[in-house]
Design a protein around this ligand. Sequence first.
Ligand code: 6GU
Length: 235
Amino acid sequence: MRIDILTLFPDIFTSFLDGSLLGAARIAGLIDIRITNIRDFADGVHRQVDDRPFGGGPGMLLMPGPVVDCVESVQQSDPLPGHLLMLTPGGRRLDQQLVEELAAKDRLVLLCGRYEGFDARVRQTLQPIEISIGDYVLSGGEVAAMAIIDAVARLVPSVLGDEESARQDSFSGPERLVEGPQYTRPREFRGLQVPEVLLSGDHGKIAGWRHQQAVDATRRRSTTELTPATVVTFQ
Ligand code: 6GU
């Protein structure tokens, strides 16, 4: 799979892309990730990429020229055109279903915005797939791009090394359940015991227990609120 990242802040990605999982996947040739600085496509001595919105309003918008030129140049750098993803809070919300769809593609082009967003003609010209990672505001698309790349890469065959671990992850499988509790040694920690069933060796029973735990965890998850009672104090 090839992934292009188009950004005004390429440095943000360096340690992320060289890190353990992605670094190894890139060295092994499983994923080809390339970064392009949108500012390289700006004109003039100032290499301006942003300007104030017509009609007034806060902040600065990304100008269409550098962004569209950058996308066209990156797309044309490979005979296989990529699915163009524009990272913006108004886009389709990322979930594991969308991650699976993206992981099935051979090439993705991730366009990161900054400032208050893109000039609307970027969308009109490029017709990207707009993606958001949740209903909150980030300062730019870079953190969202990293979330997408991380989630997609672990579904690319051989990246994890253990395909079974991706299948067992939260939100995988038809029910999209979160994972229930898991335990390792020691068998007892501060008086807390590992559930007997996990030590039983009965794989059918263990699978049934885990499924029920996942159903319970999925139901509990959506109702947790921040209250004074959720602050844990230590003695
Ligand atoms: Cl993709 N971009 C920005 N700026 N904020 C976001 C987002 C993206 N997804 C959620 N919030």
